[in-house]
Ligand binder design. Sequence first.
Ligand SMILES: [Fe+2]
Length: 435
Amino acid sequence: MLCQHYDLQLEGADSAFSVDASNVTFGAGCLAEVGDIAKGLGMGRVAVYTDAGLVDTPHLAKVLSSLRAADVDVALYDEVRVEPTDESFRMATEFAVGANVDGFLSVGGGSVIDTAKAANLYSTYPADFLAYVNQPIGHGLTVPGELKPHIACPTTSGTGSECTGIAVFDLLEMKAKTGIASRTLRPTRALIDPDCTATLPTNVVASSAFDVLSHALESYTARPYNHRPAPSSPTLRPSSQGSNPWSDLGCAEALRLLGLYLVRAVDDASDAEARHQLMWASTLAGIAFGNAGCHVPHGMSYSVSGLCESFQPEGYPAEAPMIPHGMSVIVNAPSVFRLTAERSPQRHRDGARWLGADTDDVGDGEVGELLAGRIVELMQQTAMPNGLEGVGYSVRDIEPLVDGAIQQRRLLDNAPLDVDREVLTAMYTGAVSYW
Ligand SMILES: [Fe+2]
């Protein structure tokens, strides 16, 4: 635990943190174990969620044959929408209700895993759609009890969704991204097979790697758990509880691995070592942010992706304009860390060093610039968009972007500084372009 004033407990603040351990199996080829695991969890008939891009892949074939071998019945739903919406969550829920299953299985990226979480929630505890959605957009009601077992099998090295209790979606009528956050949504088991990343397009690897990078940096620099007001009851301690010694461990190692392997994994699909290490970094960062929570780069990303009108990245479905989650996050990150560094220079210095920057002879006042500069360097080396302009926005769009982001209180309140409209405006302004 770091000994510095920044981490000292504040009066009236929480004095403990909770560790929600993820139940993870990690290793090349482990998807073949899914049938036995499903059986062990008591699943007789399982809803398998995936998307159209994965339906003909060997990954799904391996999962289905393992389930068949274990005599587990399958109801296959292959219509998960990449970047899901309230409407697509509803459709996935209807499928679960009609399929009469006793368990859930997701094979895909964060969109697929989040969709299975939502389908599990709303089919188990039916409610008005906004009931469990985060405030202030939704009602933020507590989930009444445990959900059915869910095995998550991620096929991208990014979202960490297999280790978190968060499901993110676009609320269509508000053109806003928001989410549902509850410990009960965390998948029962995560089955992480790094072989799945061998066939991913370059741009998908890059975008998801920057999502990992930001998960780790945001969790590590989040408002410390012992600065957050104590909950009125221990059961109300949020999973976004702030930076804490448990999450710090995962953040440190994830950032070190990203510093070593991010560019290599993007550059060369045949570099199995780099892609496997990226998958492990993603797992560690997922465990970390599942217990600490993200903050402003993710809070800002929701309106960046929600207001997208024309951007169409390579390597993603071409049906409609979209900004992949990792890109919508990383375009904000350098600007945010420039401004948050003064709250905890040592933590920002650690982050820069783990990512490969030379931190010798850098004063506390220069640490924010150093970390921002290192992230920008990695973005340039992997052909990421140059800030907000790179994904189709200009300074004229800052006001609507702020309007959307200011609603993301769960994330903004986890930041190391107070975030109001003025701060958000400064952060978006600093993110317009970097080079
Ligand atoms: Fe993320």
